[in-house]
Design a protein around this ligand. Structure first.
Ligand code: GLU
Length: 420
C-alpha cells in the first residue's frame, strides 16, 4: 500500500492509500491524479458557545470540500471528541467517491465539531449548532454545499442548521441541508435510508455468494441510526441478528436478538451490554463473532491488521465510513472474506439526501413507496456495475468502486477544463 505504516494511524493516509491502489488501474493524466489527492478547500472555525452555567466555551469545527467537479458538495457533519482535520478530509474524499459511484450530481464534503454531545444539554447543543452553522455559512448553500447528518447529529440538529441559515436570509431555505424532520421539508424514508441501503447491499452480496438472506447470521457494530436500522431491516427480511454493540459494548445471542427490543432497551438503559435477553460482549468480541455477515456501522479503523484474522464472517458490509484499514482489507481478501465497501454499502443515506434536496428545490414531495423504490433501483444498479468492474479488472469491490468513481470525476474535470 502506497503510504505503508502510517495508514493504521490516520484516516486521510488511509483514504490516500485506497486512492493510490485504485489509480494504478486507470490511465489518469498526472495533473488530475494529483488534483484529486487533495481537498479543494478547507475551513477551520474556532467559536464560542454559551453554556448553561453562563460560562463561555470555545469549540473547534471544520468543513472540507474535496471536489466540486460533478456538482455542489454533499456530506454530513459529525459531532465527536475524536474529530480531526485529517479525519474530515478523508470523509470528504470518500463522499466524492460515494456520490460518483451512485452517479449523483454532487461532489464530496464533510464537516465536524470536536465535542462530546453526550455531555451537552439540549440548549448547549442548539447553541453550538447554530453558531457552527453560522461560522460555516460562508461555505454552505443549497447551490454550493449541502450538509446532512453523520455520527451523533440528528434531524433536529439539521432543523437548527436550516433555521439558522433561513434566519440570516430572511426566508425559509429548506434545500440548504438534508436529513431534516419531515414537517420542515425532510424526505420520507430519509431516516431509514442508510440502513435500507445496507440491507439491499447485504442481500445482493449474499446472492452473489449463493447464500440465502433468510437465516443468515448477522453481527452489527454500532447501534446508532445506521446500525439499528440495518439490524431492524435485516431481521425483518429473515436474517438472524446474533450480536450488536455500541461504544460501551454489546450483547449476543446465537438464536438471534429482536432489534426492536434492543432499541427500546437502549432508549431506557442507555446501553446494550446489560440487555437481559443476551450475553454481554466487548466490541472486540463483536468483531470476532461467529456470524455470516459482519456490519461495522460505528467509526473508521475498527477492522485492523491487529484483529482482521479473527473476523469469522464470510461477508463484511461497511455501514460506517472507513471501518476497514488497507492492511485489514488485504488480510480479509487473502482469507476469502468479501467486503462491500462503504462508498457503495452505506450510500443509501446520501441517495435519499439527494431525493430530499430535489424535493425541496421543487417544493413537490414524493410518497415513501416512490422514494424506497428509487433508492432500491439506484443501489442495485450501482452494486451490479461495481461487481462487473471488479470482474473485468480482477480487483476487489473497493478498488472497483473507486475506479468507477475516480473515472467519473476525472471525466468531469476533463470536460470542464482548467480555469483560467
Ligand atoms: N453522512 C452520511 C454519509 O456519510 C450522509 C451524507 C449525506 O446525506 O449528505 O454518507
Amino acid at each position: 500500500m502506497g503510504t505503508g505504516q502510517v495508514t493504521e494511524a490516520n484516516p486521510y493516509d488511509m483514504a490516500l492509500a485506497q486512492y493510490d491502489g485504485a489509480v494504478k488501474h486507470l490511465a489518469l493524466k498526472r495533473g488530475i491524479e494529483d488534483y484529486l489527492r487533495v481537498p479543494k478547500r478547507e475551513l477551520t472555525v474556532n467559536f464560542p458557545v454559551r453554556m448553561d452555567d453562563h460560562t463561555v466555551k470555545i469549540f473547534t469545527g471544520y468543513r472540507v470540500h474535496h471536489s466540486t467537479a460533478r456538482g455542489p458538495t454533499k456530506g454530513g457533519i459529525r459531532y465527536h471528541p475524536g474529530v480531526t482535520l485529517d479525519e474530515v478530509r478523508a470523509l470528504a474524499m470518500w463522499m466524492t467517491w460515494k456520490c460518483a459511484v451512485l452517479n449523483l450530481p454532487y461532489g464530496g464534503a464533510k464537516g465536524g465539531v470536536v465535542c462530546d454531545p453526550k455531555r451537552l444539554s439540549l440548549q448547549e447543543l442548539e447553541n453550538l449548532t447554530r453558531r457552527y452553522a453560522t461560522e460555516i455559512s460562508v461555505l454552505m448553500s443549497p447551490e454550493g454545499d449541502i450538509p446532512a447528518p453523520d455520527v451523533n447529529t440528528t434531524p433536529q440538529i439539521m432543523a437548527w442548521i436550516m433555521d439558522t441559515y433561513s434566519m440570516h436570509r430572511g426566508y425559509p431555505v429548506p434545500a440548504v441541508v438534508t436529513g431534516k424532520p419531515v414537517p420542515v421539508g425532510g424526505s420520507l424514508g430519509r431516516a431509514e435510508a442508510t440502513g435500507r441501503g445496507v440491507m439491499v447491499s447485504t442481500r445482493e452480496a449474499l446472492a452473489q455468494l449463493n447464500l440465502p438472506l433468510r437465516g443468515a447470521r448477522v453481527a452489527v457494530q454500532g447501534f446508532g441510526n445506521v446500525g439499528s436500522v440495518s439490524a431492524g431491516l435485516l431481521h425483518a427480511a429473515g436474517a438472524r441478528v446474533v450480536a450488536v454493540s455500541d461504544s460501551r459494548g454489546g450483547t449476543r445471542h446465537p438464536e438471534g436478538l429482536d432489534p426492536r427490543a434492543l432499541v427500546r432497551h437502549k432508549r431506557e438503559s442507555g446501553r446494550l451490554d446489560d440487555y437481559p435477553g443476551g450475553e454481554s460482549i466487548t466490541n472486540e468480541g463483536l468483531l470476532a463473532s461467529d456470524c455470516d455477515v459482519l456490519i461495522p456501522a460505528a467509526l473508521e479503523q475498527q477492522i485492523t491488521a491487529a484483529n482482521a484474522e479473527r473476523v469469522r464472517a464470510r461477508l463484511v458490509v461497511e455501514g460506517a465510513n472507513g471501518p476497514t484499514t488497507p492492511e485489514a482489507d488485504a488480510i480479509l481478501a487473502a482469507r476469502g472474506v468479501l467486503v462491500v465497501p462503504d462508498i457503495l454499502a452505506n450510500a443509501g443515506g446520501v441517495v435519499v439526501s439527494y431525493f430530499e434536496w430535489v424535493q425541496d428545490l421543487q417544493a413537490f414531495f414524493w410518497s415513501e413507496e416512490e422514494i424506497n423504490e428509487r433508492l432500491e433501483r439506484l443501489m442495485v444498479r450501482a452494486f451490479l456495475e461495481v461487481g462487473a468492474t471488479a470482474r473485468d479488472k480482477g480487483v476487489d469491490l473497493r478498488t472497483a468502486a473507486l475506479v468507477r468513481a475516480i473515472e467519473r470525476v476525472a471525466e468531469a474535470i476533463m470536460i470542464l477544463g482548467i480555469y483560467p
